[in-house]
Design a protein. Structure first.
Length: 119
């Protein structure tokens, strides 16, 4: 099983990025998927999760109204649209699947994609 994350980069504050994560090796159609991030010197934290149907999403307060998680199950892909980026969003972003019931972690992890937001 592999999760391939992409879409990170360097962007100015207020800019946007779209992260993608493609799964291979098994299907996650019936699983919740999510994104986590880890900033330098900090622990990895949950950012956003989406239910297997796509009908329910959850995210941390600091990204509400700015980040949107979505999925294309037929393509085994999960996305994270990040708008109005702030310097404090700088981190390595990881996709995870399937998510634990409490969204605290995932069974499989992508390799991470670096997001750097300059002020």
């Amino acid at each position: 099983v592999q999760l391939q994350a992409s879409g990170g980069g360097l962007v100015q504050a207020g800019g946007s990025l779209r992260l993608s994560c493609v799964a291979s090796g098994r299907t996650f159609i019936w699983d919740d998927l999510g994104w986590f991030r880890q900033a330098p010197g900090k622990e990895r934290e949950f950012v956003a999760g989406i239910s297997w149907s796509g009908g329910s999403t959850r995210c941390i307060d600091s990204v509400k109204g700015r980040f949107t998680i979505s999925r294309e199950s037929a393509k085994s892909t999960v996305y994270l649209q990040m708008n109005s980026l702030k310097p404090e969003d700088t981190a390595v972003y990881y996709c995870a699947a399937p998510l634990r019931r409490d969204y605290s972690s995932g069974e499989y992890w992508g390799q991470g994609t670096q997001v750097t937001v300059s002020s």
